[in-house]
Ligand binder design. Structure first.
Ligand code: AHG
Ligand code: MN
Ligand code: MN
Length: 337
C-alpha cells in the first residue's frame, strides 16, 4: 500500500500551481488545518463535555449562538492570528470584521471570511456539521488596517476556499482554483490524508436537497421544479430522491460526490434567502464550479455578485450541471411569481 499523502505535503507539492505562488498561502491553509483538528477533537466528545447547547447569546443576525459556534470561531481566529499571513477575519459569528493588529507590519496579504460552525443546530443530535472558509488577497495597502473593500470582494476573486466536514469521518475539502481535493482525517496519525484527488461532481444526479417545510412559501419556479423532481418518469430515474441534512456542508458534500442539487430559495420567511453570500455561498460556489458543477442565485452566477454588506444573504442553488440547467428553465418559465 502507498504511504498516505498528507494535506501538508500535498499543499507544498501543489504550491507552484497557485496563481500567486508563495509559501504564504500554504502556511495559511496550515492554520486552518490546525484549527480544524482542534474543533474536531471537541466535536468528537460533544456528548461528554459541556459543549452542546445554546450559550444564551445571539449573533448579529439574531440567531441563537451555540457553545460550539463560539468555540470554533475563537479557535479558527486564534490559529489564523498566530501566523503572519492574515490581517483580518470576517466571521458569521462576529458583528464586525476583526483586524489582527499585530500582523499589520508583517506583510500580511490575506483576509479570511468564514462560517466557523455550519449546521450548528445539528450538534446536539450527533449529526454532521462543518466549517466553511474563503480566502482573498487584500486590496488595501499592506501594512495598513484592512478595509471594507478587502472583505466585500466578489467571489470570483477568491484565491482559495474550502470546508471541513465533521461527519462519520472528518474531511477537509479545498480548492485554490486548480480542482477540488479532499483529505480524510486519520485520528491515529493526527493527519489529513489525501483520499479524494480532483473531485468531479457528476453532470447529473438523482438527489434534490431542500427544506420542503417551506414549500408553500417558495417562488413558483422552485415549486414547479420540485414537482418535476417528484414526477414518475422511470427512464429518467425520476422521481428523484430527497435528502436534506440541514447542514449546507454535509448536503453539498453528498451531492458533490453522488450528483445532486441543493436549493435554498428566497421565501416569505427569508425574502433574501437564508444563506450568507460571503461565508457560505461564495466558498461553496467556488468549490462547485471547480468540480464541474454550477452555483447561482437563480439568475446570476454566485461568484459574480458584488457584495454590499458583510452578513448579506442570498438565494442559493448549487449542484450538478444538468440539474441546474433544468432548474433554470423552470425559474425562467415561472419568473413572474
Ligand atoms: P449555520 O448553522 O451556520 O447558521 O447555517 C445553517 C444553514 C445551513 O447550514 C443549512 O443548510 C441551513 O441553514 C438550514 O436551514 P433550515 O433549517 O432553514 O433548513
Ligand atoms: Mn452556516
Ligand atoms: Mn454557522
Amino acid at each position: 500500500m502507498r504511504e498516505p499523502r498528507t494535506l501538508g505535503e500535498f499543499i507544498i507539492e501543489k504550491q507552484n500551481d497557485f496563481p500567486h505562488a508563495s509559501g504564504e498561502l500554504s502556511s495559511l491553509l496550515g492554520s486552518i488545518k490546525l484549527a480544524a483538528k482542534i474543533v474536531n477533537r471537541e466535536i468528537n466528545k460533544a456528548g461528554l463535555v459541556d459543549i452542546t447547547g445554546a450559550i444564551g447569546t445571539e449573533n448579529v443576525q439574531g440567531e441563537d449562538q451555540q457553545k460550539l459556534d463560539v468555540y470554533a470561531n475563537d479557535k479558527f481566529k486564534a490559529a489564523l492570528e498566530a501566523r503572519d499571513q492574515v490581517c483580518g477575519v470576517a466571521s458569521e459569528e462576529d458583528d464586525e470584521a476583526v483586524v489582527f493588529n499585530k500582523q499589520l507590519n508583517k506583510n500580511a496579504k490575506y483576509v479570511v471570511l468564514m462560517d466557523p460552525l455550519d449546521g450548528s443546530s445539528n450538534i446536539d443530535v450527533n449529526v454532521s456539521v462543518g466549517t466553511i472558509f474563503s480566502i482573498y488577497r487584500r486590496i488595501s495597502p499592506i501594512g495598513t488596517p484592512p478595509t471594507e473593500e478587502d472583505f466585500l470582494q466578489p467571489g470570483n476573486k477568491q484565491v482559495a476556499a474550502g470546508y471541513v466536514i465533521y461527519g462519520s469521518s472528518t474531511m477537509l475539502v479545498y480548492t485554490t482554483g486548480n480542482g477540488v481535493h479532499g483529505f480524510t482525517y486519520d485520528p491515529s496519525l493526527g493527519s489529513f490524508c489525501l483520499s479524494h484527488e480532483s473531485m468531479r461532481q457528476p453532470e447529473t444526479g438523482t438527489i434534490y436537497s431542500v427544506n420542503e417545510g417551506h414549500y408553500i412559501r417558495f417562488p413558483m419556479g422552485v415549486k414547479m421544479y420540485i414537482k418535476y423532481c417528484q414526477e414518475n418518469v422511470p427512464n429518467e430515474k425520476r422521481p428523484y430522491t430527497s435528502r436534506y441534512i440541514g447542514s449546507l456542508v454535509a448536503d453539498f458534500h453528498r451531492n458533490l460526490i453522488k450528483g445532486g442539487i441543493y436549493l435554498y430559495p428566497s421565501s416569505q420567511s427569508y425574502p433574501e434567502g437564508k444563506l450568507r453570500l460571503l461565508y457560505e455561498a461564495n466558498p461553496i460556489a467556488f468549490l462547485a464550479e471547480q468540480a464541474g458543477g454550477v452555483a447561482t442565485d437563480g439568475k446570476k452566477r454566485i461568484l459574480d455578485l458584488e457584495p454590499t454588506e458583510l452578513h448579506q444573504r442570498v438565494p442559493f442553488f448549487a449542484g450538478s450541471k444538468n440539474m441546474m440547467q433544468k432548474l433554470h428553465e423552470f425559474l425562467e418559465t415561472f419568473s413572474d411569481n
